[in-house]
Design a protein around this ligand. Structure first.
Ligand code: 26W
Length: 825
């Protein structure tokens, strides 16, 4: 045998050994934990045995990572987030330890199928949408880049609700994702801490200074659960620490003995509700007391833990900025700032100025939205009652900031009020961040510019050096390698596999955009993915779709500003054109795919879901368009369903009203998978468009500057469009003429009225009618290109080749260079 053959043989042999180990571990777990064999075990038991086997493999690296951090003096990042939308972990972890192939083979030798076992795992749906999924992608990149970091959040008993569609309406069901256990978490009762609410503050004098004592408080115990965060081909396993609320008393024995069993467990339940549910509102703030309790709960637990750890390591808390960065993911964890001040002063004996100086060096803040209804403002009275000592500190921060602003802006009381931490009886959480944090960033170039010029203009004038941009990104591991393994394989065959960790290398694909053989394979893979999705849709929705049709995809939270309704108008237009036998009607087969959850209390969003389903019902059952148009609303849009859809998409709908979408990250996932974007100049679309060039994207509509001028003018101009443009009128009128609401003509009245009459003199708040004609043109261009596969595939490949910039690895490197300054482990 020659050398290379010997190597091959050796590799094969070691592969066989690994497979043998995997098989014996899985059957061993089945036997020891369930007294079962592969033949008799349930799917659930098989999943668990696999998960435990993979976990064993990660455990060792995890333990080493922890030991290294414990003994070293490295700076660590604490990423505080109310949401982590992790999705499933099994296949992701197998991929990260580079064992997808051996696991698949080992399992298949046992008569099992990894892709089926994967489906047993519940999604960890601990987030609403963009912000939560971004946090999950960032954890993946931090581990892959070997940067020491902890994600810190809440271990919600129930994740985001499960969505059922019943008679076209969204119905919410609970998501008891932990019901059958969580193979990826480890309980750490030894790190439990107390969180104190309510009560009152006593002042006393000691050592020549005023001191404060919190008395008569209610206690909730914070108990941490750790999840390992593996990186791709990485030595470092980071930790996601999620806190669970526990009651300090098991049950009230006095009441129990009196026979009042309900009362005996009441207090316990009250304490434990704190970590029970995730609030399902996205981009919409409501001042609910339980939400503030949750925010303080995980933030207080986290700060106590960080400080205790630093002391255990023998670090002087004065040196904290050398060892710790705390990142505030949107304003939800902002209460960490006064909580940090409280502990430093009341428990650690620091003076205000020293503590404040440290706080300013360790906290950084990211803003994720400029929707004003999303801005958090807590009533001072609520903070005073729930967190009396924290309230005192917030007031002191406000007092000092007002003095400072007074010196800057003299008598401009309105401006000072606008910028203050407390005004009109509310604590303005964004202003608390802007005042304290050393870094403030937006999540796409346009978004950061809007923050500087509009939303936070005054703060920008005072602290220009604090403002930075870090454009969002997504992990190419989950979003190509895992979601689209065939495409990943094709790419690696063409340019090698360095892109998996250095996504910029995708640029080497550009030269294949005109390579006929490559294009053909690229098209074949897209087609296979579309067939796979078609199969899923057949099974889940009972709708037959044509894999050769244009898969036009809009997947994201349902929100008026994201304009799913504009997409519906395009569909209605196509339907009308074909059924009314208009000569110009395009007969290109198209499948419109939606995935979206609406906040349970968001009436209009839920009505739009009903409309999508009614339009689907009419269109899908009309024999005149049956071979041409199909509309699908995929139930329960989630991370694992997104993984199925992105690989199959041709066209990516990113059509928000310009200026409203901070960044978007779905746009990036779809681009990475070779979908072309149709979109407005909003969020990261602006950067996508610059990178791919105008010929490889379908941009349309008003710019952010134009929409901003329209809002400033107080008139949308939509009324004129409605009365002057016959096509617009036809489409909008179909909302109330019974076409899509046969049994109840008034059903969509409200949608119609908002567009045509509006509220307070402003109609069509999100400017659908102003953008409609341009949107039709852009859709038409896309459809025209799609019928030319050579051209379409070329554009799609160029999109993939430019998508490397949108890797979350690049985002994390940007954060690290500009803000955190961590060192690789
Ligand atoms: C207080 C209620 C509430 C809940 C969630 C307010 C705001 C939020 C989130 C910040 C909303 C959100 O997820 N924003 C999205 O963040 C993504 C990641 O940066 C961006 O890509 C999206 O454009 C932005 O809408």
């Amino acid at each position: 045998m020659n050398n290379s053959n010997t190597n091959k043989a050796k590799k094969q042999q070691s592969k066989e050994t690994i497979k043998k180990q995997i098989k014996s571990s899985i059957s061993g777990k089945l036997r020891r934990y369930f007294a079962k064999t592969v033949e008799t075990a349930t799917d659930e038991q098989i999943y668990k045995a696999c998960a435990m086997t993979v976990r064993d493999e990660i455990m060792d690296k995890w333990a080493k990572s922890r030991e290294n951090l414990e003994s070293g003096n490295q700076k660590e990042l604490y990423y505080l987030s109310f949401e982590f939308l992790i999705g499933r972990s099994l296949a992701n972890n197998i991929m990260n330890i580079l064992k997808t192939e051996v696991y698949s083979e080992a399992l298949s030798e046992m008569g099992l199928d990894l892709s089926k076992i994967e489906e047993v795992e519940n999604d960890a749906g601990l987030g609403n949408g963009g912000l939560g999924r971004l946090a999950a992608c960032f954890l993946d990149s931090l581990s892959t880049l070997e940067l020491p970091a902890f994600g810190c959040g809440i271990r919600y008993e129930y994740g985001l609700f499960k969505q059922k569609i019943i008679d076209g309406y969204q119905v919410e069901m609970p998501d008891p994702w932990l019901e059958s256990g969580n193979a990826w978490e480890i309980e750490r009762p030894e790190d439990s801490v107390e969180i104190h609410y309510n009560g009152r503050i006593e002042e006393y004098y000691e050592d020549n200074r005023m001191k404060f004592r919190h008395v008569d408080y209610n206690t909730v115990i914070g108990e941490p659960y750790d999840m390992p965060i593996s990186g791709y081909d990485s030595k470092l396993v980071n930790t996601l620490r999620l806190w669970r609320a526990r009651s300090p008393q098991v049950i009230n024995m006095a009441e129990f003995n009196r026979g009042d069993y309900a009362m005996a467990v009441k207090d316990k339940e009250l304490a434990e509700v704190v970590s029970q549910i995730l609030y399902p509102e996205d981009n919409h703030y409501e001042g609910k007391l339980l939400r503030l309790k949750q925010q303080y709960f995980f933030v207080s637990a986290t700060i106590q833990w960080i400080l205790a750890k630093q002391k255990r390591r023998g670090h002087n808390l004065c040196d904290l900025p050398k060892y710790v960065q705390i990142h505030i993911n949107d304003t939800h964890p902002t209460i960490a700032i006064p909580e940090f001040m409280r502990i430093m002063m009341d428990d650690e004996g620091f003076g205000w100025d020293e503590a404040w100086d440290i706080a300013q060096k360790i906290f950084a803040y990211t803003n994720h939205t400029i929707m004003c209804e999303a801005l958090e403002r807590w009533p001072v009275s609520m903070v005073e009652t729930l967190l009396p000592r924290v309230a005192m500190i917030v007031k002191e921060i406000d007092r000092r900031q007002r003095l400072f602003l007074g010196e800057k802006f003299g008598g401009d009381a309105a401006k000072i009020d606008y910028m203050s931490v407390i005004s009109n009886g509310n604590v303005n959480m964004a202003n608390l961040c802007l005042t304290t944090c050393h870094s403030i960033n937006g999540v796409a170039e346009l978004h950061t510019e809007i923050l500087k010029k509009e939303t936070f203009r005054d703060y920008y004038s005072v602290y220009p050096e604090k403002f930075k941009n870090v454009t969002n990104g997504v992990t190419p591991r989950r979003w190509i390698l895992k979601a689209n393994p065939k495409l990943a394989g094709l790419i690696s065959d063409a340019i090698g596999d360095s892109w998996i960790k250095n996504a910029e290398d995708l640029k080497n694909l550009e030269k294949f955009a005109k390579d006929e053989a490559f294009k053909e394979k690229f098209a074949e893979i897209k087609c296979e993915n579309k067939k796979k999705l078609a199969k899923y849709i057949q099974k889940a929705n009972g709708i037959t779709i044509d894999p050769n049709s244009l898969f036009d995809v809009q997947i994201k939270r349902l929100h008026e500003y994201k304009r799913q309704l504009l997409k519906v108008f395009h569909i209605i237009y196509r339907y009308k054109m074909i059924t009314e036998n208009k000569e110009q009607a395009s007969l290109l087969p198209e499948t419109f795919i939606f995935g979206a959850k609406a906040a349970p209390g968001y009436h209009t969003a839920k009505l739009i879901i009903k409309l999508i389903n009614n339009v689907a019902e009419v269109v899908n059952n009309d024999p005149r368009v049956n071979d041409i148009l199909k509309v699908v609303f995929v139930e329960n849009y989630s991370v694992s369903i997104a993984e199925k859809i992105v690989a199959a998409a041709n066209l990516s709908e990113q059509i928000s009203t310009a200026g409203k979408e901070a960044s978007g990250t779905g746009n990036m996932k779809l681009m990475l998978n070779g979908a072309l974007t149709i979109g407005t100049m909003d969020g990261a679309n602006v950067e996508i468009s610059r990178l791919v060039g105008s010929e490889n994207i379908y941009i349309f509509g008003l710019t952010a500057e134009e929409t901003s001028n329209i809002y400033a003018s107080g008139r949308s101009g939509s009324g004129e469009v409605y009365s002057q443009n016959a096509v617009v009128k036809m489409v909008v009128d179909s909302l109330i003429d019974g076409t899509f609401s046969k049994n109840n003509q008034d059903l969509f009245q409200e949608l119609y009225r908002e567009l045509v009459f509006g509220r307070n003199g402003f109609s069509d708040q999100y400017l659908l009618l102003r953008d409609f004609a341009a949107y039709l043109d852009a859709s038409h261009s896309a459809a025209k290109d799609f019928v030319n596969p050579g051209l379409w595939n070329q554009k799609a490949i160029i999109n993939v080749s430019k998508a490397g910039y949108f890797s979350s690895d690049r985002s994390i490197e940007d954060y690290n260079r500009q803000i955190w300054k961590l060192e690789k482990l």
